[in-house]
Structures are given as C-alpha cells and as structure tokens.
Design a protein around this ligand. Sequence first.
Ligand code: HOZ
Length: 428
Amino acid sequence: MTTHDKSKQLFAEALQFIPGGVNSPVRAFRAVGGQPFFVDRAAGARVWDVDGNEYIDYVGTWGPAILGHAHPKIIDAVRSAACQGTSFGIPNPYEVEIARLICSALPSVKKVRMCNSGTEATMSAIRLARGFTRRDKIIKFEGCYHGHVDSLLVKAGSGALTFGHPDSAGVPAAFTQHTIVLPFNDTESVKAAFAANPGQIAGIILEPVPGNAGLYLPKPGYLEFLREITAKDGALLIFDEVMTGFRLGFGGAQGLLGVAPDLSCFGKIIGGGLPVGAFGGRTDIMDQLAPVGPVYQAGTLSGNPLAMAAGIAALRELHAGDGYTRLESLGAQLEVGLRDAAKTARIPVQFQRIGSMFCGYFTTQPVHNLADAMKSDRERFAKYFHAMLAEGVYLAPSQFEAGFLSTAHTSADVDRTIWAAAKAFKLL
Ligand code: HOZ
C-alpha cells in the first residue's frame, strides 16, 4: 500500500461542495472510521485508487458488477449504443429486448416497466399495489432496505441503519402511518398484523434474502408462509430483488427458493453498471399502470438506451455462461476458508452466505433478523475492515452490508482474501 495523499486531497475538496463528501452515505467510511479512497479505474475483480493502490473488490459497485468491472461485452454494448444517441424519450428497441429477457427469466413476471433506480422500482411497486388492491397499508420488515422511499424508511437497513437513522428525519409521520414494521422470520407477528387489519393490507414488501443489514436468510417455510397469507387475504407479495435478482441465479431469489411473488423489483445487475431499476409481475396488476390504467408512474430517462444495452449484454452473458456455478464454488471456497481462519484465531464469527452474497457477523449467536444482527461487535468489524483494506481487500465499509463475488474473481483471489483475513483476525 502506498500513500492515500490524492484521495485525501480529493476528499477535502469534496467536503466543501458535497454533503459529507459523498453522493451516497454508505460510501463515506463513517461506520468504520477513516476516509474513503477515490477510484481511478476498475477492471475485473480489481479497483485501483487515485494513489495507485490496488484492491480485490467485494463491493462490486454494491452488487451490479457480477461479471466484474468493465466487462468487455458491456463496454462494447454501451459504446455502440452511445454512438446512436444517449437518450431519446421515445421508445427504442433495447427496451423491448430487456423486457423480453426479464420476463423470460422469471415466470412470475409477465410484464415489466423500466425505471432508473431500485428506489424508483420499490416506490412504484408500492403505489401499484395500493392502486390495484385499493388498500393503503403495507407490511415491511425491520432491517430490510428498499431504497430511500419515504414510506419505507422505517427501521430501514443499509446506510439508514449504519448511520443510526433507520427512521429518517424529513419523513412526515403521516407518510408512514400506513407502514406496518415487523421482525423478519417471525410468522406470528405477520398473522397478528393481518388479524388486526382485515382487508386493509395492500401488500408485504421484503427482500426475500435480506442483504441490507448484513445478510441473513429466510427460515425454511417462511417465504411460503408469506405467499400463502397474502394470497388468502387478497394482499400482494412484493419481492425486492434489487440485490438478489439475477445474482442468486438467473431466476433470482424467487427462482432459487421456489416462491413466486405478485410483483418484483429489480435494479443493479439489470443495468450492467448503469443507473437502472425495474418492477414487474402479474399482467392484471401491471396493466393498472398508466397509460393503460389509473396508477401513474413515469420517467424521462426510463428505458435509457445506454442502460438497456448494458443490461442486455450483462443478462445475455449471465445466461450463456456457467457463471452461477462458478460463483457458488468461489463462495463455498470463501466460506470454508474464512470459517477456518476465524476458528483458528478463536474469533467468534457467524459467516452467512448464499451463492455469491456473504457477510460475517462478530457474534457467538446465530443471525436470523435485525435484532440478532445488532449483536455483532461493530468495533471489531471496523478493525477487521481496516486490516483487510491494508492487505488490499476491499469490503463494504459497514457491518450492515453484504459482500459480493463476481465471475471475475479467481480462486487465487479468494485464497489471498482468506490469507488476509487470517492475518486480520489475529489483530482483533
Ligand atoms: N443499496 C446499496 C446496498 N445497501 C447501497 C447503495 C447506496 O446506498 O449507495
């Protein structure tokens, strides 16, 4: 590791003109101390900072870079689309192709509407669920994060949790009065909420595999239970697959875990690293959207040709290759190696993983929900984060984020990461 002089200088300047020096709070390193580095370039599984330091990257631009950074097919697709024009606000053929690809990957998605971020996707899906059911209440779960939508910034994960504002200032109480917040993996509280609000709940929104308070998994039967209780009540089941979509398999978490929601939200991977979001589902629900139906939703840059071209290239590559098998084997290697290293160093770590998503909590107790995740020793995490960074391994700068592998990571990268972790654990 050389110096961080250029990053420090840029951050000092950034602080003068950008709140907190960053355009999204999770980048700021505040949960772990220190200052963020500034990226010069990225390729494959590596990022290089402006001071010339190289890192093995497990953030992967917070999920989109499943094929690694600057994948040649995505770069070519963006380049060729850009030469035809960067935005039209008129339908373009890429929109049809990406919609066809998404619908053919997920049997629950019969129609899809593209937008510009995961936040827009979840915000629109909630509005659509309310418009379709003509009901107001929404159930969400503690620690799940669905972007910075007003009504969903309640007990939210990701940066909201990391920085101690899971219930954001600036959200009028009236905007969240129809939001019911429950613990994840707890069937009784869901039953009680439906019993207390008969015929009033428009839907349940959840990350089927929550990855914004670290990473924990649904207990066996939990998603099936949510599917059943919503169907029985006439409420909609909405999966936020912004992170898990096309990551846990080409069919996302719903394909892997075998539960079909009514609506799904996407982002990240489907834009190949460009700004994107999408939501889709049953035809009768989706046809409530304007211009067909009365639920309004729009966007100047929605279906942007560059983002669509990048997304199409990413999805085609994922569909054609053996990427998911490779990701599973790298994930298993990482899991075994990190578990062994922690055991050898006698550091209690709950290592959680599903496919290419992972997280380690510094606690002796199993983690099934936000309350369990909060028991992790965050000071220990901060030390671990910096020890890994010093060895050239970049993890998300917060305990409450998931790590991501890409198909560009190699077995040697994973070995090096395990070696760095073994060294880091000794310092904790
Ligand atoms: N949705 C991302 C993972 N928690 C965070 C991205 C951001 O907030 O900048």
